[in-house]
Design a protein around this ligand. Structure first.
Ligand code: 6MZ
Length: 429
């Protein structure tokens, strides 16, 4: 729209220092479309839950021990300490950690705690629209000493979201009143916009077809009665099962009007990408990815290691929006292990992100598992700025505006959100 074009021109004309760019990105309203609830757990919360339950956390604090391969030029150009992530998180290690988290988040009280904390953490980063995903689980209801059903699991999350939204809207109104009464308030002190929360039901591909069906039914049932439930996701270890078997679930969800997001491309689809994946797995990954692309989900999670032919088909065809998670990608693909864990250097080796940016491919920027990857929504954008050398935040703003369009929401909602975000950006410029 004209308003957005004006805004873009204004940003491009303004000159930014490193500090003003950082401040701008911290205040920027953000859209988070790919975050797994259990992966959002704060390390402190995980540690205290583990000690209450006598769980020994084994894989949490690995440092990088590999030899580093910085060139002299790269060393001169070193990135700040906060961009160095010394924890090692290969894809397999991530799944080990998820198992440990599962041993700690065992009841509804713990679930409520990690959910509230996740919402608080995203809101603090200026997220205005959050789609949080999670796999429903049978937990304990400690209050009654009984098992809590998967419906209890979903109800707990939805209640946290409803309560959070209400409190956040009240806070916003209060702070706006204060601003109005204080005529001298500069635009910098305009309050943070309230956050809208939505929930995507996950299917973990390691579970059985029956469980996948159960989660599909739950998603469909809840979507009918709750505005919070908007979609169905396929996640979990890409080594387990195949989309082919689970396709009927996604087809049913799609026919019922639910949106779908599917993890893909986390393991290579062709030879020569790494030395670890064996031929049988590559063959499997190729066929599975083809099936996913043929199905045309509403969004693709990660989409990292497709063949060129697959990427070209996407570019020419439907341009299915991709949920990109920069730090997660660098960590799981181990792109920074030769750079002392330096994420900036790691991200420059991302298999596709620079191409997506160059071609304006629809792509949102997300945190995936902020608790596991030690990141947050602002850091993800700051990482992009450093890795690709943006001189002003125009490109970041355009990613945010485009991401609104990828939300699993109505056109009306998106138009309102676009208006709110545009006004806020005008206010912080
Ligand atoms: C695939 C992932 C993932 O559902 O228990 N998950 N699946 N690839 C990834 N890349 C790093 N990160 C997280 O959140 C944790 C679950 O999310 C999925 C896994 O199934 C993990 O067990 P919930 O809330």
């Amino acid at each position: 729209s004209q308003r957005y074009e004006d805004l873009k021109a204004q940003i491009e004309q303004k000159s930014f220092t490193k500090e003003s760019m950082t401040k701008f990105i911290q205040q920027l309203p953000k859209i988070e479309l790919h975050a797994h609830l259990n992966g959002c757990i704060r390390e402190s919360t995980l540690a205290s839950l583990a000690s209450e339950r006598n769980v020994k956390l084994s894989s949490l604090l690995h440092d990088l021990q590999q030899e580093t391969h910085f060139t002299e030029e790269e060393k001169m150009n070193e990135s700040p300490q906060e961009k160095v992530n010394k924890k090692r998180r290969s894809l397999l290690e991530c799944f080990e950690i998820f198992t440990e988290i599962g041993l700690c988040v065992t009841d509804l009280v713990a679930l409520k705690q990690i959910c509230i904390e996740a919402l608080e953490d995203f809101a603090k980063q200026g997220v205005v629209y959050l789609e949080l995903r999670s796999t429903p689980k049978v937990l304990l209801d400690t209050m009654y000493g009984t098992k809590a059903t998967k419906k209890d699991y979903i109800d707990t999350i939805l209640k946290c979201m409803a309560d959070f939204e209400e409190q956040d809207q009240e806070r916003y109104k209060r702070e706006m009143e204060d601003v109005k009464q204080n005529a001298n308030a500069s635009s910098q002190s305009l309050p943070r916009l309230p956050m809208t929360c939505r929930y995507i039901v996950s299917i973990n591909r390691a579970e059985s077809f029956e469980v996948a069906q159960e989660h599909t039914q739950l998603a469909m049932e809840y979507a009918k009665k709750s505005k919070y439930v908007v979609g169905l996701d396929l996640s979990g270890s890409p080594l387990k099962n195949s989309f082919t078997e689970l396709e009927p679930c996604f087809r049913m969800a799609k026919d019922a009007g639910l949106k779908t997001s599917i993890h893909c491309g986390e393991i290579p689809c062709e030879k020569g990408v790494d030395n670890e994946t064996d031929d049988a797995l590559i063959e499997f990954s190729y066929r599975d990815t083809k099936k996913i692309l043929d199905f045309e989900p509403d969004r693709l999670g990660h989409a990292l290691l497709f063949t060129d032919e697959m990427y070209e088909a996407l570019e020419r065809g439907k341009k299915i929006p991709i949920e990109c998670c920069p730090t997660s990608n660098v960590m799981t693909l181990e792109l920074a292990t030769h750079y002392e864990g330096d994420l900036v250097h790691g991200l420059r080796r991302h298999p596709r992100l620079s191409k997506w940016l160059e071609n304006d491919y629809p792509c949102s920027i997300n945190t995936d598992d902020p608790g596991i990857f030690n990141t947050d929504s602002s850091l993800e954008f700051l990482l992009l700025v450093d890795a690709f050398g943006f001189q002003n935040p125009a490109r970041i703003v355009s990613i945010v505006m485009d991401s609104i369009d990828h939300a699993f929401e109505s056109d009306d909602f998106k138009a309102k959100m676009t208006g709110l975000v545009t006004s806020k950006i005008n206010g912080i410029l």
